[in-house]
Design a protein around this ligand. Structure first.
Ligand SMILES: Nc1ncnc2c1ncn2[C@@H]1O[C@H](COP(=O)(O)OP(=O)(O)OP(=O)(O)O)[C@@H](O)[C@H]1O
Ligand SMILES: [Mg+2]
Length: 508
């Protein structure tokens, strides 16, 4: 009731100031609505809403074979009959944009009149959050699954690739047999690529991060990129800024560039141009709400191709794991999911612009760090033999340890073998003076690699160490207190890669 003196009417205030839209229906038209209703439906003013038929606030779509405007009329009739009716509904604004809403209808009888009070709440934000949560959960489940499979697969691949490589040395003068071994080796390598993708994608936490120069990484990647894109595609690399120090896993970042390049190649079957443009940009507070990046300096990498482009539907799903438009056997749909994961883990964002026939541009933003380099991105390929150094190999998987030992001994190392961390401890106790380096698996029953090294550290022993990591998942994140001199070698690796890493470590 309005206050007689001031004219203040608390009920009218409640109606006008409600954040939810309130509309009153009599018969089949609106007789009143509040300000929130005008705003929510983007109407010009109250009159505009009142002139609109209630069913016009629904999109003209077919749901379960029925017209949604017809259904809206039925809902209203039902609420008049039942008294109260609550449901979720798609509404249409005056500018033809649809939004999800929660609607509550209450029929009210007063003085022989029947009216319907409709309260409409916009639930777009809630829907978006639900969608994000679902997406995150899906990604996590797929990531776990993928990582788990990759882990088991990896040990098999190390054995397959390694023995194939050893065999091809033995068969050097039997060309007929050698071809078969080469085929095994090639197939194994393709499988290893796939597993690497799966593992990159499945891995949640960042691995050993280092600070490196993104420009340098691009320059170093040029040869590899050219090989990936083939002769028909022209490659243009423009590095416009220097000192682009970022903190990430450089191997993973290189994978990001390769994934984007191979997508570009696939989009340009008749050739074209691939351009990588790198520069530093500054993000200010104002740009924030777009992608939730904090203000500061970023390295911006744009990867553009002149290929066939993507339609809106493809673009919407492009980053989903296992989404591919390529033929069976041609694409796994993990390329961009991996790109997305790696970039996000480095604190950055990736977005895409494209249209059919207009080419595609991926834009990656990575936060710059103000700190000196901890890694020089140089991929060396010098031959690498042992010089009689003694290595302690700790590996529980027999197939892997046999192979590793064979490769190491063949290359001129002295090797001691332990099958788990405990055995390794007792060997180390006895021979620590002779051991030049520890080569250990990460996950082993009883005592794993990181725990073994920590145990040694407690005793004041800090041997040079190389960890062979399969699926790192959680196990390695918990070992962040590992001494910095411990390096990682990712499975599957070939004997050659193993020997190179060892040589570099021992010569350091
Ligand atoms: N540069 C591009 N131009 C046009 N379409 C692209 C481009 N990059 C990605 N796409 C589209 O996005 C999809 C997903 O890409 P993604 O790299 O994740 O998987 P894929 O290339 O199909 O398979 P994979 O990389 O695992 O072998 C592709 O199938 C393609 O339809
Ligand atoms: Mg791809």
């Amino acid at each position: 009731m309005p206050d007689d003196e001031t004219g203040y009417d608390p009920y009218r205030e409640l109606f006008e100031r409600s954040a939810d839209a309130i509309l009153i229906i009599e018969g089949d038209r609106f007789i009143d609505c509040n300000e929130a209703a005008v705003r929510m439906f983007r109407a010009k003013n109250r009159e505009h809403v009142l002139q609109t038929h209630p069913s016009e606030l629904s999109p003209v779509t077919q749901e379960c074979g029925r017209d949604s405007r017809e259904m809206a009329n039925e809902m209203i009739a039902k609420a008049f009959a039942d008294g109260v009716h609550r449901f979720e509904w798609m509404h249409r604004r005056a500018d033809s944009v649809d939004f999800p809403a929660e609607v509550s209808l209450t029929s009210v009888r007063s003085g022989g009149h029947m009216t319907l009070h409709s309260i409409v709440r916009d639930i777009s934000d809630r829907r978006r959050l639900e969608e994000e949560l679902r997406h995150t959960q899906k990604m996590e489940a797929i990531g776990k699954l993928a990582g788990g499979i990759a882990h088991d697969f990896n040990n098999l691949l190390v054995a397959i690739l390694g023995h194939a490589e050893l065999l091809s040395c033995d068969l050097r003068d039997q060309p007929a047999l050698l071809t078969h071994v080469r085929e095994i080796h090639n197939a194994g390598n393709r499988a290893a690529d796939l597993v690497r993708q799966l593992m990159l994608f499945g891995r949640k936490g960042a691995r050993k991060k280092s600070i490196f120069d993104l420009g340098e990484l691009l320059r170093e990647s040029k040869k590899l990129l050219e090989r990936v894109i083939g002769e028909d595609v022209r490659l243009e690399i423009e590095i416009e800024s220097t000192q682009l120090h970022i903190e990430a896993d450089s191997t993973q970042l290189q994978q990001v560039v390769m994934n984007l390049a191979s997508n570009a190649r696939d989009a340009m079957p008749r050739g074209g141009e691939l351009e990588l443009r790198l520069r530093s940009v500054v993000r200010r507070g104002g740009d924030l709400d777009v992608d939730a990046l904090s203000p500061g300096g970023y390295a911006e990498l744009c990867v553009s191709d002149t290929g066939e482009g993507m339609d809106a539907e493809t673009m919407r799903h492009a980053f989903d794991p296992f989404f591919t438009t390529k033929a069976v056997g041609k694409g796994t749909g993990l390329g961009l999911a991996t790109v997305h994961g790696v970039v996000e883990r480095a604190g950055g964002r990736v977005s895409v612009r494209s249209a059919p026939g207009q080419g595609t541009t991926f834009e990656i933003l990575l936060p710059l760090v103000d700190a000196p380099l901890t890694e020089k991105v140089i991929r060396d390929s010098s031959p690498s033999a042992g010089a009689g150094e003694t290595l302690l190999v700790v590996e529980d998987e027999k197939a892997v340890s046999r192979l590793v030992v064979e490769a190491l001994e063949g290359a001129g190392y002295r090797v001691m073998v332990a099958h788990d961390g405990n055995e390794a401890l007792s060997i180390f106790d006895e021979h620590h003076a002779e051991i030049d380096l520890v080569l250990s698996d990460v996950i082993m029953p009883e005592l794993g690699g990181p725990a073994f090294l920590r145990e040694l550290a407690k005793r004041g022993e800090h041997p040079r160490a190389l960890l062979m990591s399969g699926y790192t998942g959680d196990a390695l994140e918990r070992s962040e207190d590992l001494p910095p001199e411990v390096e990682l070698l990712e499975k599957p690796f070939s004997p050659r890669e193993l020997l190179q890493r060892l040589r570099t470590l021992l010569d350091r």
